[in-house]
Design a protein around this ligand. Sequence first.
Ligand code: TYM
Length: 493
Amino acid sequence: MHKIRPHVNCTSKNMKNGTPRPANVRSARARKTNFKVASDGRASRTYFPFRYKAYLDAEISRSDKFSGCGASPSFSLRPNMMKEETARDNTNNSESEKTPQVANDPPEEDIVDPWLVQASSNKGIDYDKLIVKFGSERIDDALLHRFEKVTGHKPHHFLRRGIFFSHRELQKILTLVENGTKFFLYTGRGPSSEAMHLGHLVPFLMTKWLQDVFDVPLVIQMTDDEKFLWRDLDLEDTYRLAYENAKDIIAVGFDINKTFIFSDLDFVNGEFYKNVLRVQKHVTFNQVKGIFGFDESSNIGKIMFPAIQAVPSFSSSFPFIFGDKKDVPCLIPCAIDQDPYFRMTRDVAPKLGFLKPALIHSTFFPALQGANSKMSASDENSSIFLTDTPKQITKKINKYAFSGGKDTEEEHREKGGDCEIDVSYMYLSFFLEDDEELEKIRVQYSSGKMLTGELKARLIEILQELVGGHQERRAAVTDDDVKQFMKRRSLNF
Ligand code: TYM
């Protein structure tokens, strides 16, 4: 494990300008070039600094048990796997958040699944490889151009910057839109902790933007059952957390007339449960073993759970929204860790006469400590939480955000900082919307004109505004609002 010296802002000549970088991280630099913003504001599709790497070793969860469990920690196809899928899974990790973990004994290949993200190399997850292994497709320039043409909207900066980097059948959704056919959005949250972190916000921000652009209904699943089965939490806890987290989700700004949020513990019955049973009948234990790595010691709740995350993809699970329409297409925004669920879903859908859901996948928001470090709900200094005060944000960024700056101001001025490994720069790439300003920061920081302290000061401003705004909106969400969002009802469709 690397020892990371806390960063000291570079404000005077003899002060250190950056946190020392582990050798493994340093070597990652050669691999990528920075992304460029063209005059039309679109990022070029060459490389985004952390598009394929950094934050991944950063986000990793859990328990050592996982790493050591029976299933192979590789992506290699196993004979019993379903067509579209490849991944593996953990079985016994009971208490972990999907948190970064330093791999003392790294796996032979990267592991990315709903419970664990672990890089085989200290350079982090190789997203290029992941696309090949998972069999998804890159969101490339051509697709973004088409997106813009069809919607009349410049793609969201998450798309332009390669933060949402991969997809399944997004073209089909665009074709439907061209033909005037409606679809719906589906995403979710596993309510395992009181406070969500900035990473959790990423798919919800994307989903909100998509809802605005396409003007379509949205269903949001709160998997309180999943977190009960996997974590050391009782049902009362996860159910309560589902409602608490729903407030954060509502605070993102979803349209109440087009959004239905549900807790599995409340909602799994009727047509939804019938679809769960249909999926269960068409997926074997061998198949979920192949996809998720379950084994004979896995509790049987885990073995059946994937069917519950699968069926919100089918419009017939929500008759009060879609009436008797069984063929309303679905688009799922999520980070790529959730893909195994939907590979299974896409394999089983045609057997049931349902449409396969389309997906867009994001990379992972990194831990403050950067590559090879942990972002953990149990370590409050590993990330920025939506409950953090302005003071906490300042302290965390100044003290813990891994720096690509040099050790002294003199050296930094001469050689410049490294945006590819600089967590503050990565965070800006997620949350500073202005392409021009971001590019200016990149150029100035890389050339040594901008110091780490200045970079961090801008990030602190942005995050205080983001988190402060979120907290204000959340405080305004009443129990009655939550009830309304979670009520079975017809949506504007
Ligand atoms: P959960 O609660 O682990 O995560 C909620 C959403 O956040 C994404 N995510 C991240 N995105 C970027 N950076 C990160 N560091 C990061 N960590 C988590 C997840 O991919 C997810 O989109 N089983 C699911 C709940 C669920 C769901 C769904 C998610 C049910 N149905 C449909 C997506 C789509 C879960 O536990 O998510």
